[in-house]
Design a protein around this ligand. Sequence first.
Ligand SMILES: [Zn+2]
Length: 275
Amino acid sequence: MPEMPEVETVRRGLLDLVKDRRIENVEIRYQNLITGDVDVFKETVTGATITDIDRRAKFLLIHLDNGYTIISHLRMEGKYRVSADPAMIDKHSHAIFSLDNGQKLIYNDVRKFGRMQLWPTDRLSENKSIAKLGPEPLSTEFTFENIKPRIIRHRKDIKTVLLDQSVMSGLGNIYVDEVLWQAKIHPETPANHLTDDDIKKIIECSNHEIDIAIKSGGSTVRSYLDAAGHAGTMQNSLKVYGKEGEPCARCGTEIEKIKVGGRGTHFCPKCQVIK
Ligand SMILES: [Zn+2]
């Protein structure tokens, strides 16, 4: 699944390729891709110009000049390609936007979990999916005052709490493991047992991890590629995710893999102990 840094990489790549392009035609080949009425989607999008692309957590926000935004979530395997080559269109291409420069913006999704929804741009904060998102790393809302109460009201393990996008958004399975390793916090620590220092470390390490991940174009742990087909390099910087059995980069102890809240979780049993 692409995580937030990968989606940010997609956003930047796409923006370069489609900004100020007019959508001349749109073909939806998989009707369930669209949340809401497919015909209204096609009518509203056709003839509109893409003015900008924003991102909120893992949602891409494709702004149009007619007051609407396409909210796009890639979920497991969704990918965008921009190409004039018809060979880029295959049975996994579920939405094809023909642009005024002869290029096509192609949405591919092998597993068909991704979704697109049209929403008025000035009311995006009222969209159910967007409204429930907690503050995300590197944003002005990502402060100790905002994050601490959201974490310590939970008795569950901190791994599960950090994955909850309503607590804070943008950290998925890979980066939560990395952040907890950096912060030296055991993933099964009850969230309400964390100290102020622990929470400050979580904030600091989340900002740091996400910053590095965005700069390196995200991780290519599964099949993620950016809009231009480039793989990210963040997987080379990961310290614990996927490293079970390898020595901890800090102390040399073997990294262990356990299940926490049903999710595969990597940690160093020496650096990360439950206090
Ligand atoms: Zn260690």
